[in-house]
Design a protein around this ligand. Structure first.
Ligand code: CTP
Ligand code: MG
Length: 227
């Protein structure tokens, strides 16, 4: 991290139901390479320099499944940004880093990189992990292509996403419809006029959405732990 004294709270969004995975329970608690999926993110956040404590937003009924002196657990909300807003109430640092439990391949280096990018720019309100778009992107209506979009300036946003807590609080207090529909917190900070920086993420910070993603994550994590 650029600023070794920066003290950061990590918020983990883990309260989703995992409909598309279809595992019969919340995605964050699905077993993955020997532990619950969310535990992989918690371990990476614990190992990241500067992360002082972690608050996990859990589905109702799962709040007693996680533990540790550095860990707070809150009940999530109906949408992911509402889960993040609930967790934010327990945050006492100036910087926060938000991460999805659905990205279990998180590394401490990526957390430190994203926080460092934010900390290095006093004008910035946020910094997000993202990768350049590699597919050719089409805009279509009723499955008829209307245009091919120039991908040169397109990035696929991921988590972790680091924010100045005040900027994130203001953004989450905005239009409730926008907050309920947000697919990441950065879009709310952007909508509030905030300055959000891109931190290029290495390949491999994949998101588990479908059973195929889960198999891939299982292979990569098993390889990482030497099995
Ligand atoms: N999330 C959350 N609270 C919600 C909804 C989602 O904390 N009310 C979290 C999920 O736990 C996940 C992240 O936001 O870590 C990204 O969401 P997604 O991948 O969509 O997970 P789910 O909503 O669980 O999956 P699905 O949309 O397939 O039901
Ligand atoms: Mg979802």
């Amino acid at each position: 991290m650029n600023s070794p004294s920066a003290s950061v709270t990590a918020v983990v969004a883990a309260a989703g139901s995992g409909e598309r995975l279809g595992a019969g329970g919340p995605k964050a608690f699905v077993p993955l390479a020997g532990r619950a999926m969310v535990e992989w993110s918690i371990a990476a956040l614990r190992a990241a320099a500067g992360v002082r404590s972690i608050v996990v937003a859990c589905p109702p009924g799962h709040v007693h499944e996680l533990g540790g002196r550095d860990l707070g657990v809150v009940e999530g909300g109906a949408a992911r940004s509402q889960s993040v807003a609930n967790a934010l109430e327990a945050v006492g640092t100036d910087l926060v880093v938000v991460h999805d439990a659905a990205r279990p391949l998180l590394t401490p280096q990526l957390v430190e990189g994203v926080v460092g990018t934010l900390a290095a720019d006093p004008e910035a309100d946020g910094a997000i992990a993202a990768t350049p778009v590699v597919d050719t992107i089409k805009r279509a209506a009723d499955r008829v292509v209307g245009a091919t979009v120039d991908r040169a300036s397109l990035w696929a946003a991921q988590t972790p996403q680091a924010f100045r807590v005040e900027a994130l609080r203001r953004a989450l207090a905005g239009d409730p419809g926008l907050v309920a529909a947000a697919t990441d917190e950065a879009m709310l900070v952007e909508a509030a006029g905030g300055r959000v920086l891109i931190h290029p993420a290495p390949p491999g910070n994949l998101k588990v959405t479908t059973p195929t993603d889960l198999k891939l994550a299982e292979l990569l994590l098993a390889e990482r732990s030497g099995h």
